[in-house]
Design a protein around this ligand. Structure first.
Ligand SMILES: Cc1ncc(COP(=O)(O)O)c(C=O)c1O
Length: 462
């Protein structure tokens, strides 16, 4: 392990001539992210970053949330999705750009990103007059790609995932003499992300825990150093999606390990291997790591929209997902800060998230009922739904593959209910009227910690 210092200053462009290109690009010679010599970012670097970026970054609000009563905790939301490009990534990006020397600024930089780091370097590069190239994988959300183009950056769409995009970016950095800036592991990026921790501690007193969405680990690393230095009693909780659990893989392995990732609502966290500097910096400061299920992320996005009037992307909603799933129950009655790290979500994906969230919440249900095919059979079924105020969204009749008598029809109904209890009422009513019916994925009550009515009770703390 090597302590990193701000003037250690090796640059990708300095050694580009001496490096042989390979079929599969070897990134172990990135001078800032060397697995053999991981660096631990220090508190002093974070305070230095805070000073340098202060004129270009918003000090976003960290406010008590309406969700407090719903969760039984005093929840504070650090709203970093309110940064200009919609994510905290601007902090590290601006700091890394400001730390380039004159030659590097002229040559320009290159980065690989699923979107938020790309948008951040494109925007701040544009503001600071530094040429920026970004390589985004094919799976990057369209809205994020579009935004990068608006900031006049050179946008290359290549690679099936982040791993491939990174390799392309690194290869180009050497060919074109550009400085490669890793979005979660470059020490300047980690230091920049840590500034969010400094702000949180100035904004909220007596914090018990800070919950940090975790992908490559840069945010977690920076925030843990800042928070633990100022108050070692505060617990640091990392959260990642079950579909890209690379930090938990690193924990069980004892060091970062490649983890295949699957499509996730938390696309910002889809990094297959935790950064080595991020790991070295955070591994002894982290108190707990939570892996959340996709449906809870969808539910958290829904809760933010309905209760906070905030559009938060999947990655940013993971902290609340963990709480809704009961994975942080030890903090009931305590003061917990959730970092809402980003708000960039494609509108089409948002629509799908909300539907999944409603399904996870027991408010959108699908059932199959076999009814009489005689005149009035289907209309009677519809009346039953209407009699208890359930609204039918979609209805399909199936005759050809019904196994029972020819005078029966199977009706598939998708409907909206008020809440889980209302769905149970519907199920009981159908049970009393029909012999053959079933629900698809009827929600399990234990996953639903509270219903909306609880929101109208008094806050926990005055
Ligand atoms: C919105 C959002 N939250 C959290 C993260 C995780 O940050 P890190 O990769 O530094 O762990 C990212 C990463 O891109 C992100 O975009």
């Amino acid at each position: 392990m090597m302590e990193y210092s701000l003037d250690s200053g090796a640059s990708v462009s300095d050694n580009s001539d001496s490096i042989e290109m390979q079929e599969t690009e070897d990134m172990s010679d990135d001078p800032f992210c060397n697995p053999e010599k991981p660096v631990r970012v220090t508190f002093e670097e974070i305070t230095s970053a805070a000073y340098k970026i202060r004129s270009g970054i918003k000090n976003t609000p960290c406010e008590k949330s309406h969700i407090s009563q719903l969760t039984g905790m005093n929840i504070y939301l650090k709203k970093d999705f309110l940064q200009h490009t919609g994510s905290f990534k601007e902090r590290g990006a601006r700091y890394a750009l400001l730390m380039l020397n004159e030659q590097e600024r002229r040559n320009g930089i290159i980065a690989a990103s699923l979107g938020n780091h790309a948008q951040a370097v494109c925007y701040h590069g544009y503001k600071l007059g530094i040429p920026v190239t970004v390589v985004m994988p094919l799976i990057a959300p369209i809205m994020k790609i579009q935004k990068c183009r608006e900031y006049k950056a050179n946008v290359i769409i290549e690679g099936k995932d982040m791993d491939e995009a990174k390799k392309t970016a690194y290869k180009l950095s050497k060919e074109k003499n550009l400085t490669y800036i890793n979005g979660y592991d470059h020490p300047h990026i980690i230091a920049g992300q840590g500034t969010i921790g400094l702000e949180i501690l100035e904004q909220v007193s007596d914090i018990d825990a800070v919950v940090v969405p975790t992908g490559g680990g840069g945010l977690l690393a920076g925030v843990s150093v800042a928070v633990k230095m100022l108050n070692p009693q505060i617990k640091i909780i990392g959260v990642e999606s079950e579909r890209c659990a690379s930090y938990s893989k690193a924990m069980s392995n004892g060091s970062p390990l490649f983890t295949p990732i699957e499509g996730t609502l938390a696309d910002g966290l889809a990094v297959p291997e935790v950064g080595y500097n991020a790991w070295e910096t955070s591994k002894n400061l982290l108190d707990k790591l939570v892996v959340v299920k996709e449906e809870m992320i969808a539910l958290a996005i829904l809760r933010f929209i309905e209760n906070e009037k905030c559009v938060v992307e999947g990655a940013g909603a993971c902290g609340l997902a963990a709480i809704l799933a009961g994975q942080l129950d030890e903090f009931k009655g305590k003061r917990v800060v959730l970092i809402l790290s980003g708000g960039n979500i494609d509108t089409t994906i948002l629509g799908r998230c909300l539907e999944r969230g409603l399904a996870a919440d027991g408010r959108l249900v699908k059932c199959r009922v076999t009814v009489s095919d005689r005149p009035g059979g289907i209309s009677e079924l519809c009346k039953i739904f209407g009699s208890i105020g359930v609204s039918i969204k979609d209805i399909i009749h199936e005759r050809a593959w019904v196994a029972s008598d020819v005078f029966s029809v199977e009706v598939i109904v998708v409907c909206e209910t008020r809440d889980y209890t209302h769905s149970v009422e519907l199920r009981n009513l159908l049970r009393s009227k029909y012999k053959k019916f079933e629900f698809e994925n009827f929600p399990i009550e234990s996953t639903l910690v509270a219903t909306n009515k609880d929101l109208f009770s008094d806050d926990l703390d005055p």
